[in-house]
Design a binder for this molecule. Structure first.
Ligand SMILES: *Cc1c(COP(=O)(O)O)cnc(C)c1O
Length: 247
């Protein structure tokens, strides 16, 4: 048994695969339309999945159907799935990360999206250096100013990036945000455009060791809008895998 996901029976798996196929078809169509409508082309925006609570067999299936990029948000959960995951999955880390757990994931993930403290950035740099790697990272922005979430304020982003750019074991590739919980849609739109503006402003500054290539925002309920506002990577969970009634 896993503490992090249901281990489906054979019969359940067949049904879950089928559900995924249906959901993916629908979501992919919306995704493709939003990308075109945003004035970009296929390949400019990444459809990544948030894989929390989903069993490795289903993630491997999703991968076989064309999902390249996945994001786990708990270190222990990632480790518990690791041996059973297809190693050609591009695995990223999207959740809150404690410095003392960085060592378990630096060899496994291709991007850490949730950097929000000097201490964490320093630890990622140190652990990545130790294995001869430069870890691409995103700075997490808490755009709604909610206490319950990780991330730094938009106002402190410049200063923070200026502080962490010197770490040789990381390379800042962009920004990530989790939209505010109170999903008053009109409110969300403002946050998305505010994030995009920040992303463009930082890019315009051309800071050494910092390239603004990835703007990771948009989830199941709002990914189309996020794409229209300039997101380059959406993270979709429940719309593809069904509601999370586990954990
Ligand atoms: C769970 C999660 C998502 C996806 O949420 P859904 O609403 O299920 O699409 C995206 N980003 C992060 C960081 C998450 O933890």
């Amino acid at each position: 048994m896993s503490n992090f996901y249901n281990e489906p029976t054979k019969e359940e798996l067949t049904e879950l695969f089928c559900n995924f196929d249906e959901n993916y078809k629908r979501i992919k169509e919306k995704f493709d339309n939003a990308v075109l409508k945003s004035g970009r082309k296929e390949g400019d925006v990444t459809l990544s999945v948030a894989s929390k609570t989903v069993a490795p067999e289903i993630l491997n299936y999703a991968h076989s159907k064309g999902i390249e990029v996945m994001g786990e948000n708990k270190v222990q959960e990632l480790l518990s799935k690791w041996d059973n995951l297809d190693k050609s999955i591009d695995m990223q880390f999207i959740g809150r990360l404690q410095s003392n757990k960085v060592k378990y994931i630096v060899d496994k993930v291709s991007l850490i999206q949730s950097v929000d403290s000097l201490k964490l950035a320093g630890e990622i740099s140190k652990r990545s250096n130790a294995i001869g790697k430069v870890m691409p990272v995103l700075v997490e922005i808490n755009v709604g100013g909610e206490d319950s979430k990780g991330g730094i304020t938009p106002e402190s982003a410049y200063e923070f990036i200026d502080e962490i750019k010197a770490f040789s074991g990381i390379s800042v590739k962009g920004l990530m945000t989790i939209g505010p919980l109170s999903s008053q849609l009109s409110q969300n739109f403002e946050f998305f455009s505010k994030m995009h503006q920040l992303f463009v402003d930082i890019r315009t500054k051309k800071v050494d060791n910092v390239s603004m290539e990835i703007l990771s925002m948009g989830m199941s309920g709002d990914f189309e809008r996020a794409i229209l506002e300039g997101s380059t990577q959406v993270r979709i969970g429940s719309a593809l895998f069904g509601p999370r009634n586990y954990n």
